[in-house]
Structures are given as C-alpha cells and as structure tokens.
Design a protein. Sequence first.
Length: 366
Amino acid sequence: MGLLTPPEDLLISAMSSKQPQIRLEHCIGSIDGVFKNALKKERRLLAFLSSYEANFVKKGLVQISYDYDVTIQYQESCPTSLNDVLVDNGDWDATTILKKGIPQEVTLITNDIPGVSKKLTDILDVMLSSYEGIHGWQTSTLSFEKLSPDVVCAITYSYIVPPQQLRQFQGKAIFAAKHIWKTILGKAKVPQFVKPFLALSYLTQECCYDQRAFDEVESNPSSLPSDPIPHLAYGPLVEKRGICSGLAWAFKTLMDEANIECICVSGFLKEDLKTGHMWNLVKIDGQFYHVDPTWGIKDDGVFISGLMQPDSMMKGTHLWEAEKYPAARGMRFDYDYIEDYLVENGNTFLDDGANETYFFPEKIID
C-alpha cells in the first residue's frame, strides 16, 4: 500500500489551481486544522481564499480519520497565480515596485504591516519623482486570524488623473516637446551640453507659474488637485502654465526628446520646508548636474542660478535625500561655459534657423 498524500498537500494543489470543490480524505482532526497546515506550508494561498464550507462525510461508527467535501470561494480580485504573490519575511525590498513606466501593484503576504508601511513611506519621494501623475500609495489588508498569523497586503496607487487620461496627456506633451525643439533649434545642430540651458530658457520665457495651483497644494497637500494640468508636463508644454512638478516633468520630457538622461528629484527648498519641491538631474558627458526649471520663473528673465549645478552648490538652497539619487559632481558645463560657447558659435546657429529668443535671452538673472 502506497503512502497517502497528506490532505493539506491536496488542498494546496486544489487551491493553487482555484479548484472550487475537493474531497479531502483521511484528515486527522478538524477541517480548520487542514487549512492551517496548508497555509503554513504555502503562505501565498492566503491571498486566494475568501471563504470555505466543509461537509463531514460519515464513514462508520468508529473513525480515526475524517473525510470532508470542501467548497472553496476565492477572492474576486484573486491573483492569477501564486507567482504573483510575494512573501515578506522581514526582508522585502520596497524598491522592487519601482518599475519602468508605472509602479508595480503588489500582493504581499506579511505579518508586519507597520514595517511594510514604513518601507513604502521611505520610498515615497522616489516614487513621486519616478512616475508622472502619481499621488501616492494605499494598502488594503485581509486576514483569517483563526487560520494564519499572516495578513494579505495589497499595494495599489492613486493618480491625479485616471491612468488612461494620464497617458493621453503624456502623449500630447511628447508631441508638443518635438515641436518646441523645432521652434528652438530650427535646423541648428548644437552639442548636448547646451540643450538644458535652451530648455530652461524656453520654459522660463514661455510658461507662467500657476499660483492658484500652488496655493491649493500648500493648503491641503494630501488632497488630489482640483486641476491636474499644472502638475503634469502637459501644463507647461501645451497650456504654458505649471507648478514645480509640472515644470520638472516638462523639462524631463524635453530632455527625453533630446536623448539626454534626466530624472526628477523630490525634495524641498530650504526657504520653504512646508511644501514639497521638484526639480531635475541631467547627465552630460558622464556627470550629473542639477537643473531647477521653477526657481526664478516668476522673475522677468532667465534665472540661471539653478542651472547645471553640482550637489555642493545645490545643497545651499535645496534639500533632498541625496542617497536616493545619483550624485551630481559635474562642474565643467556651468552657465559660463555654455555662454562662452554660444557667444563663439551663436551666429552659425542663428544662420541655421535657431531662435535667438531662447539662445540669447534679453535678461539673464544670476
């Protein structure tokens, strides 16, 4: 006679394939005990389970083991497979949700919800500066205390506009960025180190700061904005209005179109530690530089104190968690270097259709 398969292993197999009914034979003890053993062996199954019912199958007057006909209900939003469920043993790395395009929604089995929340909070700044239009994260939990000490934690995200509408805004912003570069450059071919200045020059001269949108954020930073436009690249690039987040995303969109590596940075201005701020890092010739397209936008002229700055200079006015971003050590391509180059080569660019307004602004503010 062969060895019998333990009933908890049969249950694991049935639940893994979302089988709605199963007979479990030769069970020692209650059906709850079988579920406990199954969930101890395969913790991820907790994310599948909604409820279950079991009917005892009577076999005779004296029974050493029991048979049950079990009906299982599964979660409506049940993961497709066990491979879609992660298990936290205290070492879950929250940065794994930071995927290209959109953050990864996660179903996590854990017994440390406070720890998971802290890890998510620790990466919030990076999340906000990695995904345009994201507003934050939220968790929903599910537990069966009589069966397992674990909790199912589903991590999802909120956006300032629905994702489908966000993609439409992003597509229009990219189209606008292509047109803007044609307006700035004409047929001129300029080196990459000049383009951050040209993008800053364009945004500063063509866009206005949306004070109403900023006031709304300042008064209630945790609420979704009533007008999402100033917070997106679409705002400055299409409607020519924005606040720091929209201007940073607009600058990044322009850099993306120029094939220049660029990321957004989430932090604060030291003069205002109440309201968050966003700016950019660009990579030129292997080195990162800070560019703040918002700083000075309210002034009449192009403000270049936030252009192509290393960490050592930016730390005087800005505050950010430097360990979460690439170190900016670039020193060569500051504004003086760019200005000297444009003075020497500007006429050639203008002859090729470059726009003098953006290459040589009437007023530069240092």
